[in-house]
Design a protein around this ligand. Sequence first.
Ligand SMILES: [Zn+2]
Length: 315
Amino acid sequence: MYYIGVDLGGTTIKVGLINEEYKIVQTAVCDTKVERPTSEILKDMAFLCKEVMKKENISEKDVDSIGIGCPGLTVPKDGIILTSPNLPTFNNTNVKTEIQKYIDLPIYVENDANVAALGEVINGAAKGAKNAIVVTLGTGVGGGIIIDGKVYSGAFFGAGEVGHHTISLESEYMCGCGRKGCWEQYASATALIRDTKIAIENKDSKIKELANGGEINAKIIFEAAQAGDKIANEVLDQYFKFIGIGILNLINILQPEIVVLGGGMSAQKENLINPVIKYLNENLYGGVELKTKIKAATLGNDAGIIGAGLLGKSL
Ligand SMILES: [Zn+2]
């Protein structure tokens, strides 16, 4: 049996055919071109699904279901997108009925961060875990909560917004959600770069040398720290603390078996994970031993497609 996972993004639609070992065996991609009517975009998506089946020489009867991950709020079993900031024309769209005009398979739709979390539990860093939280550290901070092997999307489909819990009451940084002091404003790659730029202003630092007049990114900051740059190490120490504070809040509330750190920042692997674990061990509630595992994500962009494809199995 195969599964089809779709990553419906504001720029591209990526479709993957997944086999029983939860590996992507065929892919197809096209531009979303969001200005088009939703019916046209969904028709293209249906044809990409047909394309991956054709490439593998299989038919609809060999496929269990199609799962779609997209930004925003969804009703998974009904196949409905309620609201989507990156795909505004999709608000209140029944994706299921539209796709089923072309393909006779069960269709499910879930938030993209949630399906990425499910992917890591199915075949990634959290494989085998029943209860896990996946935190995406990128431009923003996203997340997905898995309880008993299933996505926890809350009573009204909006759960898992871990980036928008407040960690500072004195914060000057306004968040995209309209509040100040959100975790995202401290633990995202964007925040790390902002804090680094402030720290190196009018100072000598290896960071400037490595950036060589170009843009500073997380990789440069980690490299400078490893080369012994004092400012880079100070900024990162603070950054690990910010990440640790948020993770500790999540552990105190949900006590998952594992917290997986994904997004662009997870490329730093143990250079990110080890300092965060150190912070958690030093600050754990009641001074007890840290039982929750902390790991870097392993599936990268495939997590979303694998999680979407296996959505039907986990509902
Ligand atoms: Zn926020």
